[in-house]
Design a protein around this ligand. Structure first.
Ligand code: F6P
Length: 360
């Protein structure tokens, strides 16, 4: 009997999502002879009953190199806590998870693949406990999902951040300036650490290591004393000073998550006070999430998508595909809900310290 499976992309987008969609469709069609439909706008497409997109071979052609997701993404859509804003401005939080389940049945889906981060996996896990047939594929540029060595989107993001540092370096050197680059990384500093080391940063500030700005100031003064009159500082958006709080430019309200941002400028202002050099701040923002995925991300996304289809065939409901070493493995979705952080005492931070990089 021909199976019919669905795929949705939850949370914020990441380069490589379209490559996952393509791999899911091609593997399901060619290897298993199944039909595949795309659910639009993440979980919103389920409970809101949005029309699906038939994912034929023709529809997924040319998707490999395209950033974003053709299915659309909704990174606030949670069927267990749907926020409905009324005309008078009041917010109602409703549980519409049963509508999501009913829609999966109405669509005649024999399995659903969800590509997403920790929030998406947590929602998917709860739906599985209610009887939904779901497998997960890990996605986030932040690379902070447990149990998988890496997520797709990360390689593209660090390429973008590293290129930004390369560009900042030449202008920093010309003007003898301190350049501060704020990168993404809400809870974990993987983008800042990896791009910082790869782009020759002198200081890297990450959420896992509360920073003392004086350590960064001293580093810059030491560089100046040694004859190097420019420096590069990378700051993850979720970094905070010792005893301080993460900075939000929009506070979360009524249970919604706030928007992080502003720490780059705060660090820039602090550095202007303590070093004798001009300081400039660049906030990289969503540039890191956009554009063509790297070859490595396309490869990883293709492996994840294909493995997700095999897990549907094996009825591994409640499991997520993960990369461990060189192998695709299945891990229970709920184990990735705890995030993967940079270990402040681990070998990666130590390697950077040994090369003279400071973490504040
Ligand atoms: O989770 C990925 C991420 O890029 C975070 O680093 C960042 O804080 C967040 O998404 C931004 O999300 P939004 O698109 O809602 O601004």
């Amino acid at each position: 009997m021909t199976k019919r499976i669905g795929i949705l992309t939850g949370g914020g987008d990441a380069p490589g999502l379209n490559a996952v969609i393509r791999a899911v469709a091609l593997t399901a069609i060619r290897r298993y002879g199944w039909e595949v439909v795309g659910i639009r706008e993440g979980f919103d497409g389920l409970y809101a009953g949005l029309p699906t997109i038939p994912l034929t071979e023709e529809r997924v052609r040319d998707l490999l190199a395209r950033g974003g997701t053709i299915l659309g993404a909704a990174n606030r859509g949670n069927p267990f806590a749907l926020r409905v804003e009324h005309d008078d401005g009041s917010i109602e939080v409703a549980d519409v998870s049963h509508e999501a389940l009913t829609r999966i049945e109405a669509l005649g889906l024999d399995g659903l693949i969800v590509a997403g981060g920790d929030g998406t996996m947590s929602i998917a896990h709860k739906l599985v406990l209610m009887g939904a047939k779901i497998v997960g594929v890990p996605k986030t540029i932040d690379n902070d999902l447990n149990e998988t060595d890496v997520t797709f989107g990360f390689d593209t993001a660090i390429r973008t951040a590293t290129e930004a540092l390369d560009k900042l370096q030449t202008t920093a050197e010309s003007h003898h300036r301190v350049m501060v680059l704020e990168v993404m990384g809400r809870h974990a500093g993987w983008i800042a650490l990896t791009s910082g080391v790869s782009g020759g940063a002198d200081a890297i500030l990450i959420p896992e290591i509360p920073f003392d700005i004086e350590v960064v100031c001293q580093k810059i003064r030491d560089l100046q004393a040694s004859g190097r009159h420019y420096s590069l500082v990378v700051v993850a958006e979720g970094a905070a000073p010792v005893g301080g709080e993460q900075l939000y430019y929009i506070e979360g309200k009524n249970g919604s998550e706030g928007r992080l941002g502003g720490i780059g400028h705060q660090v820039g202002n602090m550095l202007s006070q303590c070093v004798d050099a001009e300081v400039r701040v660049t906030v990289l923002g969503h540039v890191q999430r956009g554009g063509q995925p790297t070859a490595r991300d396309r490869w990883l996304a293709s492996r994840f998508g294909a493995a997700g289809v095999h897990y549907v065939a094996q009825e591994k409901w409640g499991y997520m595909v993960a990369l461990q070493g060189t192998q695709m493995v299945s891990v229970p979705m709920d184990t990735v809900i705890n995030l993967k952080f940079v270990d402040p005492k681990g070998d990666m931070v130590q390697m950077a310290l040994d090369m003279g990089i400071v973490f504040g």
